[in-house]
Design a protein around this ligand. Sequence first.
Ligand code: SLL
Length: 226
Amino acid sequence: MPSISNTKRVKGVSIFRPFVYGSIATPVNPDRKPPNLPPDHTHQWTVSVKGVDGADISHFIKKVQFKLHDTYANPLRTCESPPFEVSETGWGEFEIVIKIWFVPESGEKPQSCFHFLKLHPYVGDKAELELARQQRRPVLSYVYDELAFNEPTEAMYDILTSKGSARLPSRARGARGEFTEESEAMELDRLNAGIQIVREHIDKARESLVAKEKAVAELKAEREKK
Ligand code: SLL
């Protein structure tokens, strides 16, 4: 049993560790169907939680549970050791709840994140999408995220500072991995949608400010008249 007696916390310190979660899905080739594939299953996919560029994450992540759609037998899938991943076949997209447990030394509660399983290509114009479909290109949907250990226990501080590092995903052009141009384009779409919402908020705030300024000016003018 690992010792969890050292629960004293290191004050004023936060340690961040990058990780990646998401899925890769490949359309089934009708000429090379895996045996026992149910006739309505169109895709093979893998959902995973992993380190950046294959970095080890098992010194801080102990266990990962993936909650699949209820149409799957035993939808709750647990990985007690790396690789933290589930491979399946299916026909539809759905949200996967990913619950991450940390090593006991951390004294941290488990944390959940949500991943929408993508089976179909969705970036590009009609012709590009059609080509991707025809070529049965894998569809990647990965998110880069960070786990924060705020005021870690002393034991956890020792673990985090002696193993691993805060390595960022490689962005070299043509690099193979989770972060392809497609997933980058997707991330950009998400960011742009976010920027649009922020813009709308700013516009609304500006309108209300202008209205208030007008009201104040009117009040002032009225008072000066008296
Ligand atoms: C949809 N809301 O209707 C989604 C649900 C569920 C996908 C998708 C099950 C595979 C099996 C499977 O692919 N479920 O029969 O084991 O699109």
